[in-house]
Design a protein around this ligand. Sequence first.
Ligand SMILES: Cc1cc2nc3c(=O)[nH]c(=O)nc-3n(C[C@H](O)[C@H](O)[C@H](O)COP(=O)(O)OP(=O)(O)OC[C@H]3O[C@@H](n4cnc5c(N)ncnc54)[C@H](O)[C@@H]3O)c2cc1C
Length: 445
Amino acid sequence: MTNKPRALIAGGGIAGAVTAIALHRAGWEPRVFEARERGADERGAFLTVAVNGVAALRDLGLDPERMLAAGFPTPALAMCNSRGKRLAVLPLGGPAADGSTTTTIRRADLYAALRSAAAERGIPIEHGRRVVGFTEPGVTVRFEDGGEAEGELLVGADGLRSRVRAALNPGAAEPAYLGLLNAGGFTSRPVDAGVPGLVQMAFGRRAFFGWVVEPPHEPPHAPPREPLREPAYEPSHEPPYEPSHEPPHEPAHEPAAGSGPVAEDRPGNRVWWFANPPRREPVRPGEFTPESWKNYLIDLFDGDDLPAAAIIRASDEVLGPWNTEDLRRVPVWRSRRTVLIGDAAHAVSPSSGQGASMAIEDAVTLGRCLAATGDTAAALEKYERLRRTRVQKVVAHGRRNGSGKTAGPVGAAIRDAMFPLVAKMLTRKGDPQAWIFEHRVPEIV
Ligand SMILES: Cc1cc2nc3c(=O)[nH]c(=O)nc-3n(C[C@H](O)[C@H](O)[C@H](O)COP(=O)(O)OP(=O)(O)OC[C@H]3O[C@@H](n4cnc5c(N)ncnc54)[C@H](O)[C@@H]3O)c2cc1C
């Protein structure tokens, strides 16, 4: 028992774990309560921590290179149409001046790295403890198991279906379904899928598909590796991808994949992929079996001039389906001693690639606000003032990104024709997403 103020954190996901580290740094004594049992399946295959999220980890004194070592840098994205024609190459963030680069990592690896950073600081994460309610002033949290905990602050980091949010906002809107399903996975066998480390996304005729070949992981101080020499690789069609500060390349006119190296069947060369089938109604539990879901996806992409169907066939396990949802505006983020953070406050569509990074930025901001004043209510007010406008803008941006994935045949033809021109126009004066990627959490004095 110390005399530090105690913070109770509902949810041990990305927001919860990073908040615990940020509050510990700010002189609080955090405890994390995670509903799931230890080792339970983590939802989602992989995600991208954008350059702004990587920089925010650094703000906490964490070493992102170490934290994200199980992932790999993904600073650029190539878009193509259903015939495999390259439409544009767009920046995804970094490398920034401090070395931060957008990084793609398995969700379970990110959770494990964050939780072990919390454990290294002596922060307890209690699994199997679902928060079901709380009372103020002085916060008492109630758990499903009948237990209680007391503290001076409650942080609702309990995700998209937050109980803490529901208590602060009785009767407020629930997350909205955005008309897209989500699937994902990793290949188990070699597939011809393009250049390692370059994220590729394609407007298939019937659904949207994204994939990236995992680059081989080098052991530290390994001798330089021979470049992959595979029979199908033709450098003149697809030069090896090298991250650079250059503006995005002109659209190329060759297929984006199908002419790249065939990924060998070793962990370093697996293809990581996701798919977004449009669907009017959200999926209900039990609607698909693992086999029918896989076949449904293969069928959606068969006939496209993309490696999508082959990648799905080569994946032993296909994850999903999940509904794509977001949460546009949560009226109440805080009371005097309770505050929302991460998806609980502002879930962004996965199409933004910013959900994790927003959660990390939130946590760093909250830690800095609490460190700057002994008045908890004033710190929470400042946190909301610093975060609300930015996250709502990012939520709106993610929604717009997602809507382009569901175009009908006419819309798709217009999109394919216009995309390279629009991308060129938008990137003429620099990266149009710079306002997202270049944001850094302000110091608070
Ligand atoms: C398919 C998919 C793909 C995505 N891809 C990306 C991507 O590429 N890039 C990106 O940045 N973001 C992505 N996201 C979004 C990202 O995963 C979330 O924004 C991020 O996980 C938010 O973190 P969080 O901690 O707020 O919520 P979560 O990670 O959902 O964590 C909430 C935690 O709270 C726990 N919990 C829930 N209720 C309770 C309770 N009552 N008591 C105690 N614990 C509770 C949950 O078990 C969970 O561990 C994706 C999301 C999905 C669904």
